[in-house]
Write a protein that binds this ligand. Structure first.
Ligand code: PEP
Ligand code: MN
Length: 333
């Protein structure tokens, strides 16, 4: 249930109302906007008398929400969430490109790529240290050593680092990571999501391989209801009967998620298509349909990449992509 308060309500009156609602065993989520405060009531609201609430002098409107996601819901939080990662903002009109290799392979590889994507305008560095691979015989990531190399690249370039966690037990190793990614295979690993609710870092939450938007939002809800409101949603394509691409990029998800939720939405055209030459056109399309950012795989030697070489852009092609995206955004403003 959503209770919108009248503008400029005295704090004391607002607090008295919140105390009363809490005494009804409801969790009250307060969103303070520039003009109005919105109270999101989570819990069993069936016994709440809406007409009584509406009749209160400080209450503007009361709406019952049937959506199962509350904290991620735009109705609870009308303003866009802006996530600040060491000064790099994403959401609410702030756009950021995250770029880097699929996997961290060596110090030279990650530092070289980090410097080049930064020069092209990327605001954050990606690189997998723990890799979720379909085959147990494929490269599984450099793990702890990969995180150490990411820290070196971060120190050399100042770029905040985004990397995936697969297991909550590894989280103590993630101290120097700026955004923790949850991959498509773990979007519904609810124990992991609950654990991520207790870390103070933003979470880049990918859409599940065949996940619906509601499932994605419910996964965000797991993290948020466990205490971490800093969630970035990521559309990375879903499994369909597409025969020539790795996945099907669902771009309608971007405006739809923006309507449903206040959380930033980024698009990953690399995993969505699996083919390097499709990455730029899809990145441009994603920028036009309102993505708050892009996550792009870039490798200095794609033919010899230890994972996802076929979808990785060479640094010079990433540079062209970035120039086109920035030019498009200028036109759109
Ligand atoms: C990745 O970003 O490296 C990755 C494995 O992506 P996804 O979880 O979307 O497949
Ligand atoms: Mn990859």
């Amino acid at each position: 249930m959503i209770v919108v308060l009248k503008p400029n309500v005295a704090m004391e009156k607002q607090e008295r109302l919140i105390d009363w609602l809490k005494s009804l065993s409801l969790n009250v989520h307060v969103s303070t906007g520039e003009f109005q405060t919105v109270l999101g009531l989570v819990g069993d609201t069936s016994t709440v008398d809406t007409s009584l609430l509406e009749s209160l002098e400080i209450v503007d409107t009361v709406t019952r929400v049937s959506d199962p996601f509350k904290r991620a819901n735009r109705k609870f939080h009308p303003e866009d969430t802006v996530i600040d990662v060491n000064g790099v903002k994403i959401g609410g009109g702030n756009f950021a490109i995250i770029a880097g290799p699929c996997s961290v392979e060596s110090e030279d590889q990650i530092v070289t790529i980090a410097k080049s994507v930064k020069a092209s305008g990327a605001k954050m560095l990606r690189g997998g240290a723990f890799k979720p691979r379909t085959s147990p015989y494929d490269f599984q990531g450099l793990k702890k050593e990969g995180l150490r190399l990411l820290s070196i690249a971060k120190k050399e370039t100042g770029l905040p680092v985004v990397t995936e966690v697969m297991n909550a037990a590894d989280l103590p190793l993630f101290d120097d990571v700026d955004i923790i990614q949850v991959g498509a295979r773990n979007t519904q690993n609810f124990d992991l999501l609950k654990e991520l609710g207790t870390v103070g870092k933003p979470i880049l939450l990918k859409r599940g391989i065949a996940g619906t938007l509601k499932e994605l939002l419910m996964s965000a809800e797991y993290i948020m209801s466990s205490g971490n409101e800093k969630v970035i949603l990521c559309e990375r394509g879903i499994r369909t009967y597409s025969d020539y691409t790795r996945n099907t990029l669902d771009l309608a998800a971007v405006p739809m998620l923006h309507e449903l939720s206040h959380l930033p939405v980024v698009v990953d055209p690399s995993h969505a298509t699996g083919i390097a030459k499709l990455v730029t056109p899809m990145a441009l399309a994603a920028s036009v349909c309102g993505a708050d950012g892009l996550e792009i795989e870039v490798h200095n030697n794609p033919e010899h990449a230890w994972s996802d070489g076929a979808q990785s852009l060479r640094p010079e092609d990433f540079d062209k992509l970035a120039k086109k995206v920035f030019a498009l955004r200028e036109v759109m403003d």
